[in-house]
Design a protein around this ligand. Structure first.
Ligand code: GLA
Length: 336
């Protein structure tokens, strides 16, 4: 067997957070930070070392309980291996090494990039959507977090120079060009993990709101406002408002209206802070500072929240700190 390299990008979400698991709208982009797995197929085990981890992962192809694998980062690998083998029983093992420049536990989907890279490395041959759905199932099984589809689908389906308007109800993707005169800057605030966070509570609260209102995707802000339970009302108001903002943001980007897009980002942040309870004081402070910075059109927390990163839309060179990220194509396998 020849050496190969499987490459999968991280992502930043420009707007539309905590909407994917109710079939809502999101607007992420795959970014020029990658997880790479280089190695060879063969045998009946998956053995991976990582530059960032002391302990390697070594699991049999017939791994039974991915959620029990040690070291813990191996659970993502094991989840994917179990899913790929279930889909394609003749899957071979793999021996290789992982490198990445996606910061772990920063809300930039390092776990989705790892999952997608593992699926491609061990030879899963489904479509971008099938690969994303497989990796979403793997993450849910490995971590117990009922995550949505945004991160995995962005890693498999990225389009260079474009953000992706994803309709999580029918899983269609409409690329939206990121204006060349804008810069997307990611600022790291604090480490976090969704395992053990209130993410699962939010998923449950949305499900409870849907039992009263019907699918949040079809609910209006006005109908959400009529819910009597204050927590469910706040969650539903966020989701219904955020779905609207995603469409308006996509229109603003397409029209080159950076000021309009920036205002929507701030409105999204405020909604996640006040209605959805997924921001933190440090993230709020970072967004406020950015709002007051010349050349910044808008900023917001990005991803699951409870820590992680803030994303800003700026004039080129407006910020001296943070990572300027570019929108890139999705995951692929390269001959080494
Ligand atoms: C995490 C999940 C996604 C999505 C975001 C919030 O990144 O993995 O599915 O729910 O949080 O938008």
């Amino acid at each position: 067997m020849r050496e190969l390299t499987a490459v999968a990008p991280g992502r930043v979400n420009l707007i539309g957070d905590h909407t994917d698991y109710t079939g809502g709208l999101v607007l992420p982009m795959a970014i020029d930070r990658y997880t790479e797995i280089r190695g060879k197929r063969g045998g009946d085990r998956v053995h991976l070392t990582s530059v960032d981890e002391i302990e390697p992962v070594d699991i049999p192809l017939d791994i039974d309980r991915p959620q029990d694998v040690c070291p813990a980062w191996g659970r993502y690998v094991a989840g994917v291996v179990a899913e790929v083998v279930a889909a394609a029983p003749r899957t071979q093992g793999f021996r290789g090494r992982i490198t990445t420049d996606i910061p772990v536990a920063a809300g930039l989907s390092s776990s989705a990039a790892l999952e997608v890279a593992v699926a491609l490395a061990i030879g899963f041959e489904g479509s971008a959507l099938a690969t994303a759905l497989l990796c979403q199932r793997a993450e849910q099984a490995a971590t117990g977090v009922p995550c949505g589809i945004m991160d995995q689908l962005t890693a498999t389906s990225g389009v260079a120079e474009h953000a992706l308007l994803i309709d999580c109800a029918d899983l269609t993707i409409t690329p939206v060009r990121v204006p060349a005169e804008a810069e997307i800057v990611v600022l790291f605030v604090t480490r976090r993990t969704l395992v053990g966070s209130s993410y699962a509570d939010r998923v449950g609260e949305c499900a409870a709101a849907e039992r009263l209102l019907g699918p949040l995707r079809h609910a209006t802000v006005a109908s959400a406002a009529r819910l009597t339970d204050p927590v469910l009302r706040a969650r539903a108001l966020h989701v219904t408002g955020e779905n609207r903002r995603v469409l308006d943001f996509a229109d603003a980007l397409a029209a080159g209206d950076l000021a309009g897009a920036g205002h929507l980002m701030v409105a999204s942040h405020n909604s996640l802070r006040d209605l959805y309870g997924t921001s933190t004081a440090a993230m709020d402070a970072t967004v406020e500072k950015l709002e007051a910075t010349p050349g910044v059109y808008g900023a917001r927390m990005t991803g699951g929240g409870f820590g992680g990163c803030v994303v800003a839309l700026t004039d080129p060179g407006a910020l001296r700190h943070g990572w300027v990220v570019r929108a890139v194509d999705g995951a692929r396998v390269l001959a080494a």
